[in-house]
Design a protein around this ligand. Structure first.
Ligand SMILES: [Mg+2]
Ligand SMILES: [Zn+2]
Length: 230
């Protein structure tokens, strides 16, 4: 009758690049230029890295954090470094997930872990020939571009070789945090391996206690006579 003509829905994935979402309350994407030894950004894989890998999960109720995820992400934010997520979600291309479901899971992850400065999601399938599905570099590049940081100063933490390959292809540093499903050859070929997320972040940020001791010593040194207890 008088309904306006229905607009054809856009194709689920066709022709687009990755989905990019920014969280307004996240750590601003200010590169940490006062210490070039620190990464300018740290990007986490989602499934099997930040949260347990539930294949094609679109249900927020099934989101469970991986060990040390909260502490790891908090440590990065505490260092003033923006955190992002780079995630293949081929369930979209397979017709098993919608963007609304992917967004619902993203919101649940942020309820549990706080806001990420950028999310870059590849909705394509392995046969789509996109440039963003890891191990292609597109997700990492898109996230870095959105953050305004060079990929060469960015680290990617993930649980499989595709994450490491994406990091390598983009010129970023990869740190593998294996799970029981990570294959032995993936572990053997990884440039850097850490037993858990907090250790991975520790490798990238350096030892926090030594850093704060050094800062304390520097502060003490500015006031001669008060520094040493002798
Ligand atoms: Mg994974
Ligand atoms: Zn893609």
């Amino acid at each position: 009758m008088n309904h306006p003509p229905a607009q054809a829905p856009p194709p689920a994935t066709g022709g687009e690049g990755p989905w990019l979402t920014e969280s307004p309350h996240a750590t601003p994407s200010t590169p940490h230029d006062d210490d070039p030894g620190l990464p300018a950004a740290i990007l986490f894989d989602r499934d099997g890295t930040l949260v347990e890998d539930v294949p094609y999960n679109g249900d927020p109720a099934l989101v469970r954090l991986m060990p040390t995820a909260r502490d790891a992400v908090e440590a990065v934010r505490a260092a003033g470094i923006p955190v992002g997520v780079v995630s293949n979600q081929s369930g979209v291309a397979r017709g098993l997930l919608t963007r609304a479901r992917v967004d619902a899971v993203r919101r649940r992850v942020e309820e549990l872990l706080g806001p990420f400065t950028v999310w870059a999601i590849c909705p394509h399938g392995p046969g789509d020939g996109c440039g963003c599905r890891k191990p292609a570099p597109g997700l990492v590049r898109a996230a870095c571009e959105r953050l305004g940081v060079p990929a060469g100063r960015t680290a990617v933490i993930g649980d499989i070789e595709a994450d490491m390959g994406a990091a390598r292809a983009a010129g970023a540093r990869g740190v593998l945090v294996p799970t029981p499903v990570t294959r032995a050859e993936e572990i053997a070929s990884a440039e850097t391996v850490a037993p858990d997320l907090l250790s991975a972040v520790g490798l990238l940020l350096g030892p926090p206690k030594a850093a704060s001791r050094a800062a304390a010593a520097g502060a003490t040194g500015a006031r001669p006579g008060e520094g040493e207890r002798r």
